[in-house]
Design a protein around this ligand. Structure first.
Ligand SMILES: Cc1cc2nc3c(=O)[nH]c(=O)nc-3n(C[C@H](O)[C@H](O)[C@H](O)COP(=O)(O)O)c2cc1C
Length: 372
């Protein structure tokens, strides 16, 4: 008998790889590194297609974009060019074969009746490979562009809870029904066709505050941890899984984030980081980013301004995997041992990073039993 509460379609949720992989930040200029180098992402359609097809061929489970509406100013105006993620995911779904393509969005910017239908549509285009990364919305300057006042941190998750509850009903209920939530009311609500993935497409979130973790535990198939090192990521993952199990009787995967700099020697790798972070990093842009992030996100604070800023420049807050191929695969094994189900990866140069992944990292990951 099939379990109707379990998504048996989405490639990320069905993957049997010990360490699942997502590619992060492909839809935003400069990707995940705030640096003035010429080989970061440009945000052109041909670039998105090329890199998505490569990730698909290499067996990555997912591509996860960033929801962004304007850049961070400073030297490179980090992320100022960015593709809208629902339409982008629809396009990439049509040109890929196996990989799960996600859209990332801020809850206050899309009405759930509209979103439920967009999700169902992309799920049909992708034949059940679509996923939704739900961001409650911390970026005040962006939300202001929509003329919406920023709500208090925990209330944003209450709105997200109501938002996704209406979507879930639209994805599963036949005929018309009245929805009366605290934030959304929808008389005679109706949505057809249903998504291919049932009971719902793969859902992802990145809540690390107590309220954010509760939201994830209740609704998300995958939650991201933001942590300063692998051990801390493992501990947060265990807490998130326990809340999902104890309070909601659910299983939830937990992902971390890593940025990769792989070179022949550790010295070369470290010199490259020094060059793109200390010499070519956008220190003015990162100051602008932190001015908005710190008061609005409860998960952003680390070991002081300098360390946090340098980590944001290097990999948008991800954990570093810097060194030789062997050192990087040791790090990947450590993530897995700490209880992390998967990672999103990013590089300064995505084409080059994926080539090294194919030639050097993937064979070692297979030997280590992380990937088939
Ligand atoms: C992997 C990852 C991806 C995220 N993607 C976005 C994004 O695309 N856009 C955005 O505004 N925030 C994004 N965030 C921010 C989170 O959604 C969330 O607002 C932040 O972690 C603070 O949540 P908290 O206060 O519950 O910990 C992302 C965070 C992580 C860890």
């Amino acid at each position: 008998m099939t379990d109707k509460t379990k998504n048996t379609t989405n490639p990320l949720l069905c993957s049997t790889n010990k360490l699942k992989l997502g590619l992060f930040g492909l839809n935003v200029s400069s990707g995940c590194s705030m640096t003035d180098r010429p080989d970061t992402l440009k945000v052109e359609w041909a670039e998105s297609v090329r890199i998505a097809k490569t990730a698909d061929r290499l067996g990555f489970e997912a591509i996860i974009p960033v929801a962004r509406w304007k850049g961070m100013g400073g030297k490179v105006n980090f992320n100022h060019r960015n593709f809208e993620t629902f339409t982008w995911a629809a396009g990439l779904s049509a040109v890929t074969e196996r990989i799960s393509i996600f859209a990332t969005f801020h809850v206050p910017t899309v009405h759930p009746v509209r979103a439920a239908k967009e999700v169902a549509t992309i799920d049909h285009i992708s034949n059940g490979r679509f996923g939704l990364n739900i961001v409650a919305g911390w970026n005040e300057r962006e939300i202001a562009m929509f003329g919406i006042p920023q709500k208090e941190h925990d209330v944003r998750y209450d709105v997200a809870d109501d938002w996704i509850s209406l979507c879930k009903e639209l994805w599963t209920r036949e005929g018309e029904f009245d929805y009366n939530g605290p934030y959304f009311q929808s008389p005679a609500a109706y949505s057809e066709p249903k998504p291919i993935q049932q009971p719902q497409p793969a859902l992802m979130s990145a809540g690390n505050s107590a309220r954010g973790q509760l939201f994830a535990a209740q609704h998300a198939d995958v939650n991201f941890v933001v942590a300063k090192d692998i051990a801390a990521a493992g501990a947060i993952a265990a807490t998130g899984r326990r809340i999902a199990h104890e309070q909601f009787g659910r299983k939830m995967q937990v992902f971390g984030q890593a940025y990769v700099v792989c070179r022949e020697t550790e010295k070369e790798a470290r010199e490259f980081v020094d060059e793109y972070v200390n010499k070519k990093g956008d220190w003015e842009g990162v100051r602008n980013l932190l001015d908005v992030l710190v008061p609005n996100s409860k998960s952003a604070l680390g070991d002081g301004w300098e360390a946090l800023a340098s980590n944001l420049i290097a990999g948008y807050g991800a954990i570093p995997l810097v060194g030789t191929a062997e050192q990087i695969v040791d790090g990947l094994c450590a993530f897995s041992k700490a209880g992390i189900d998967g990672l999103t990866l990013s590089w300064v140069n995505y084409d080059e990073g994926l080539k090294t992944f194919e030639d050097k990292l993937l064979p070692l990951m297979r030997q280590a039993g992380l990937r088939s």
